[in-house]
Design a protein around this ligand. Sequence first.
Ligand code: KIV
Length: 264
Amino acid sequence: MRKKETISSLQGAKGKRKLTMITAYDALFASLFAEEADMILVGDSLNMSFGGKADTLSVTLEQMIYHTGAVCNGAPQTFVVCDMPFGSTNSEEEALANATRVFQQTPADAVKIEGGAERADIVRRLVHNGIAVMGHVGLLPQSVRGEGGYRVKGRDEKSFQKVLEDAAAIEDAGAFSIVIEGVTPELGALVTQELSIPVIGIGAGAQTDGQVLVWSDMLGFFEAFKPKFVKQYLNGARLVKEAVSQYAEEVRQGIFPAEEHCYR
Ligand code: KIV
């Protein structure tokens, strides 16, 4: 069994080995990912791929706590990060109370907070109170309605500078690591070079310190759409449909259950 990562081992990896993070929402899949993933993220993306919703905004803190507990049960030897849901970190007080609940009610190792410089004081407050925080800058899925869509950052000078400033502010506030999403590869590379903490990319090019993907995207289970940055390592949906179709056919034809499935 591999040794569990810690904040210092993750930070020590910068420039030496690439870090892998994958999302999981339940104990079963978390246990399947545990051997290879340095970190598991209980992402609020579960609201879409697990909950069938159009975006991440309606997931609740209670739901995130439930799924984080399940993931920690399935992968007790893996560093687990719980995504703080939309609306749960609007003020320092609220963020501290809600992140404290995550730490009290689950064994998660860290929380993740979406947002840039405007969130730096909130991150600082949590870190000062013993809560490890992973930042999340660039394209912010929780801002999809506020920005009128998923907007890639770094294609223009203004958003390029803003993401650079955001990343620096979140590092300065004490985040142990940062996710950078939906930016040009040049911006992903520059943020990785400027920061001394690990920068984990998703749709941010190949030069970041590590990568994160949503499990149902990378294993081909989520069929609604496939973002450009996703590589499918499995056609999960096809395999599941074929297996279920075979099961249904065998039940209809009386092939299943066979003798070996019967009690004597
Ligand atoms: O919710 C999530 O899965 C995430 C990743 C996209 C980084 O935040």
